[in-house]
Each structure stands twice: as C-alpha cells, then as structure tokens.
Design a protein around this ligand. Structure first.
Ligand code: COA
Length: 336
C-alpha cells in the first residue's frame, strides 16, 4: 500500500464582499444577530458577469494548487470535484475542469456530499492512490451559493450563513514513510436527509408541479431548507465522535493535534468542539468570519489559508472534520 500526501493547495474567492450590513438592506436582519449566532461578518458573492461559476472558481483554485504542487497538469490522473451547487444539473463540474485545464482525457467524478464533500472527496482520492491505481489526483471543493438563496426575510435564517468560493488540493503518492494521510472516516445517516435539503426541482418534483403546489409562493422548495437547531445539535455530536474516531484509529491523543480544521459551518459549532477537546486557539483554524459557510469549499479554503499563514508546517498532525446535509460527516487525519 502506498501513502497519500497533499502536494499543493489553492483557493479562490470572488472579489465581491457582502457584509452583514449589506444583507440588512435586503432583508430584516442585522450585524448583531448574524455575528452572535454564527460569527460571520462578511462573505463573498459572485456578481453577475464576473465570469465566476462553481466550475470556473474551482479551476482558479486548482491552477494555484497545481502550480504549488510542482506537478504538471498533464500528470493528473483523476479529478474529484465536490459541490452541491454544480453549474449544470448534469454533467458534473469535474468534466468541465478537465476541459478548462486542457488536460487530455482523464477520469473525472463529482462528489455530492455537501458540507462533508471535501472530506469525502479526499477519502475517495486517498483510496485510489493507496492502491496504486493513480498517482496524482486533483481534488476540488467549490460552491456558488448566492445564485440559489432566498435573500428576502423569509430566507434569512439560511441565506445569511452561506458564501461562495473554491479550494483545491493536489494529492500525490508520498515518498516519505509516515508523511501524509493516516486515515479517513466517513459516515451518513439518511433518515435526516430532509432536515437540510433543497427538494426541487428534482426528477420527482419538477417545475410545473412546484408552481402548481405553491400558488402563493410560500413554501418554496427550490430554496434550501434547514432545521437550524437540529442541525446544530447533530453537528456538535458528530464532529466530536468522528474526531475521536480518527485519533483512536491512529493511537493519537488530543494533545497530538497541531491543527484542527473544522468545516466552517458556524463559529459557535467550532468553538463548542474546541472547548470540548480543550484545544488552544492556535490549534483550531477558523475563517468563517470572512467567508461564511462555503460548504464543500470551506475546508480547502481554510487549509490553504492556514498553510499560507505558516500555521500548518511540516510534521504537524492535522485533523480535518466535517458535518453536513445528508446527514453526512467525516474526518481525515494526516501528517503534513
Ligand atoms: N436575522 C435576524 N433574525 C433572524 C435571522 C436573521 N438572519 N434568522 C432567524 N432569525 C430569527 C428567527 O425568525 C427567530 O425569531 P423568533 O424568535 O421571533 O421566532 C429567532 O431569530 C431565532 O431563530 P432560530 O432559528 O431559533 O435561531 P438559532 O439560535 O437556532 O440560530 C442558526 C439559527 C441557523 C444560526 C442556528 O440554528 C445554526 O447555526 N444552526 C446550524 C447551522 C449550520 O451549521 N448549518 C450548516 C451545517 S453544515
């Protein structure tokens, strides 16, 4: 068995900054409520005409990751793209990236695991590298949330949380024994699928049906629905479980964690996890204050920034952990 390491990281966020005050001009909300409940101060939104889509943002992040990895784009054996907001219903964004990066035909697949998407995508890539089937894999998490949120007061409990952006990592076969991904841990619990979901349009709930069912436009299934408090309770439980699972599998203690990069769901969730594990501030990385929750992009954006700021260094034990719609959750334990 081979071992996988992260050889390069990159991120891209749209230039357009949307503050809490900006949102309060569109809906009944305010900076105090958003800051207190979520920690978010601002997020980035694609602006019509700026050329950004889920796929193009993913490509921008990927180009940086590829350059930093020192690996030629032509040596990429597989593209794994995680998103809940693809450019098209089908095909997936992975094939768009293959085209935009001008990579000769290569396999490309999309992962549909929402906030856990990047952790799932890393795990998928890790299996291919471990077994020796592929050597270099491009993993991308990218989201265009702003194109599909309800920015009226009706949608405020969801729309203030999410932001747009992309992050990418090039995974490759590690030549140093002991450096790289130790293990990945994945879970799902589909009985809660609709607690955080976007129900339509879908093949069993198509547009004319939606319009016929909602003549007043009250219950609109083409905007995301989130049972916030239920999600919150499940998130703090599952984050803790899956971090512990990863540590136990590798014979590690909490004190061995140099950096925890939690999916940036909500600052209060990260703080709860930090307190539960008694981690110091410099052992947990958060940037939700600046980007909001960017779902599949949040971990690669945070990991990229942590690395750029010198907070993830060679030899560090890094833990990635995520929870989200599905419900799905997972963790990655690695040595940088
Ligand atoms: N601005 C102002 N008021 C708002 C608001 C907003 N953006 N959104 C909701 N409110 C109001 C509600 O209408 C409600 O008013 P009421 O008491 O008059 O009925 C009040 O604030 C409390 O709403 P509630 O939904 O109970 O708040 P909360 O404390 O549960 O916080 C979340 C809401 C969404 C921030 C919180 O539940 C949460 O963070 N959940 C987890 C979300 C998450 O992490 N999702 C991603 C998973 S990966």
């Amino acid at each position: 068995m081979y071992q996988t390491k992260i050889a390069g990281l990159g991120k891209y966020v749209p230039e357009n900054v949307v503050t809490n005050d900006d949102l309060s001009k569109k809906m009944d909300t305010n900076d105090e409520w958003i800051t207190e409940r979520t920690g978010i101060k601002e997020r980035r939104h694609i602006k019509k005409g700026d050329g950004n889509t889920t796929a193009t943002m993913g490509v921008k992040a990927a180009k940086i990751a590829i350059e930093r990895s020192g690996i030629s784009k032509d040596d990429i054996d597989l593209i794994v793209f995680a998103t809940l907001s693809p450019d098209y219903y089908f095909p997936g964004c992975g094939v768009q990236v293959q085209e935009m990066l001008e990579i000769d035909t290569c396999p490309a697949l999309d992962v549909r695991n929402q906030c856990s998407g990047f952790v799932y995508a890393i795990s998928v890539a890790d299996q291919f590298i471990k077994t020796g089937m592929y050597e270099n894999i491009l993993v991308i998490g990218s989201e265009n949330h702003s194109g599909g949120l309800d920015f009226t007061t009706r949608g405020r409990s969801v729309s203030v949380i999410f932001g747009d952006g992309a992050g990418a990592a090039v995974l490759t076969r590690s030549d140093h024994n002991g450096q790289g991904i130790f293990s990945t841990h994945l879970h799902s619990e589909g009985k809660h699928a609709l607690e955080l979901s976007l129900k339509g349009p879908s093949t069993n709930h198509w547009v004319p049906e939606i319009i016929a069912e909602n003549p007043q436009g009250d219950d609109i299934p083409y905007y995301p629905y989130m049972n916030g408090q239920f999600v919150f309770k499940n998130a703090i439980q599952r984050f803790s479980e899956v971090i512990n699972e990863g540590l136990k599998e590798n014979g590690l203690e909490v004190a061995d964690i140099d950096m925890l990069i939690p999916h940036q769901a909500n600052l209060r969730i990260s703080q709860f996890v930090q307190q539960k594990f008694k981690l110091k501030d410099d052992q947990v990385y958060n940037n939700i204050q600046r980007y909001g929750n960017t779902t599949a992009a949040s971990i690669p954006i945070a990991l990229t920034e942590a690395w750029e700021e010198g907070k993830v260094k060679e030899g560090d034990v890094v833990v990635l952990a995520a929870f989200g719609s599905g419900f799905t959750w997972g963790s990655v334990i690695l040595k940088w």
